[in-house]
Write a protein that binds this ligand. Structure first.
Ligand SMILES: [Zn+2]
Length: 395
């Protein structure tokens, strides 16, 4: 680096360089992926950019709306209608021209794995559980530290997932993931297009049976499925139906109460932890417990979460070898899918056995599975299919 540049950098970061143990070089060489550029994502990205984290990768498939401007601090009125990730990247580069910022205006689940390769930390700043759960499974598979932050009105929390060391988002999912999400995700979806029409009607939305039938062909069977349908699946629809689905998604979008002050507070904590992680322990230990902030009762709590060895996402049992799962020969694939949906909160399991994708009506006895063989569960809930070791049980 030329002397002049070095001088400028030293001056820019002067105050933080005075912090005992600070290592600017480590930060300048680091890559962090920020998934979700909403209220928390804007704040986290801004903090990391100002402090000089060398490369930021921003991912968000949403565009800026007027109702975002009360708290998504990188956006202003003239940005309305433009992609959040792209606008955020432009602003951050102005805030600190010494860093690299890349933007992906895409569903994170569509990104190539290579995007995450060089990242040490993934900051999860998402507003919905299905994608958070997917991202959690990706972080575990790729062995990246996940810093997950979320908020709801005056409440907010941060959880740091160090693969193999601290609890992941699923280890205590039974207690920590809202019941309605759990219920939506552990019930296998078996219904008719008319049920979908009815469900949407209850939400004040009208669609015809024909549209519902088209959605069913793509395995979109509930309002919940519509809300979280992936972009590549929608591409399979004809233009008119796709437009309809996008309109529905807009109407069904979760609208949680949210405050800028709480976003700033929890993002400040999350960013501090990310900086500590990038320092490899030289700036002190990171928070290993779930941190919960309650702004109305003036309380910060640390909830200790033990990593579960039998967790189906991060447990050693599943990471080193497949977990055993009982299979009854007198059941059908559909019966087995129902039990898998319930046990692992996977609403849309597809079963892969040997070279086959199994169809619902097939009888397991006809497949002649053997104890010890592996069956793979493919689902939108996970980055990688979940392997299960067949254990034949007598009825
Ligand atoms: Zn876990």
């Amino acid at each position: 680096m030329a002397d002049e540049h070095e001088k400028e950098i030293m001056e820019r970061y002067d105050r933080q360089l005075r912090v005992a143990g600070w290592n600017q070089e480590k930060l300048m060489k680091a890559t962090v992926v920020v998934v979700g550029v909403g209220a928390i994502g804007c704040e986290v990205a801004k903090n990391l950019a100002l402090m000089g984290v060398g490369r930021l990768i921003l991912v968000d498939n949403d565009v800026i709306e007027l109702s975002n401007l009360s708290r998504q601090m990188l956006f202003t009125d003239e940005d309305i209608g433009r992609p959040k990730a792209i606008v955020a990247a432009e602003k951050l580069k102005k805030m600190n021209p010494w860093i690299k910022v890349e933007a992906y205006f895409e569903d994170v689940r569509e990104l190539d794995q290579s995007v995450f390769e060089e990242a040490k930390v993934i900051a999860s700043c998402l507003d919905n559980w299905p994608v958070r759960r997917w991202l959690n499974s990706l972080a575990i598979e790729l062995n990246k530290v996940l810093v997950d932050s979320s908020m709801d009105g005056f409440y907010a929390n941060v959880q740091i997932v160090i693969p193999g060391k601290t609890a992941c988002l699923e280890c205590h999912g039974d207690e920590l993931i809202p019941k309605e999400i759990q219920l939506a995700e552990c019930t296998l979806r078996r219904r008719t297009p008319k049920d979908l029409v009815e469900e949407l009607k209850e939400n004040g939305i009208k669609i015809d049976v024909k549209t519902a039938e088209k959605l069913f062909e793509l395995n979109i069977k509930t309002a919940y499925d519509i809300k979280y349908a992936q972009a590549d699946i929608l591409e399979k629809l004809d233009k008119k139906t796709r437009k309809k689905v996008q309109e529905l998604q807009e109407k069904l979008k979760p609208k949680m109460p949210a405050l800028q002050c709480v976003a700033a507070l929890i993002s400040g904590i999350a960013s501090t932890e990310i900086i500590k992680i990038l320092h490899d322990g030289e700036l002190g230990e990171v928070i290993k417990d779930l941190l919960v902030y309650d702004g109305l009762s003036n309380r910060f709590s640390l909830v200790h979460l033990e990593r579960r060895e039998d967790c189906f996402v991060c447990g050693d049992a599943v990471r080193e070898e497949a977990i055993s799962f009982p299979v009854k020969l007198n059941e059908t694939v559909l019966d087995l899918k129902k039990r898998i949906a319930e046990k692992f909160s996977i609403p849309d399991p597809e079963l892969l056995y040997k070279r086959w994708r199994l169809s619902d009506e097939q009888k397991l006895a006809d497949l002649r599975p053997q104890t010890g063989e592996v069956i793979y569960i493919d689902t939108s809930r996970r980055f990688m299919p979940l392997p299960l070791k067949i254990e034949i049980v007598e009825e």
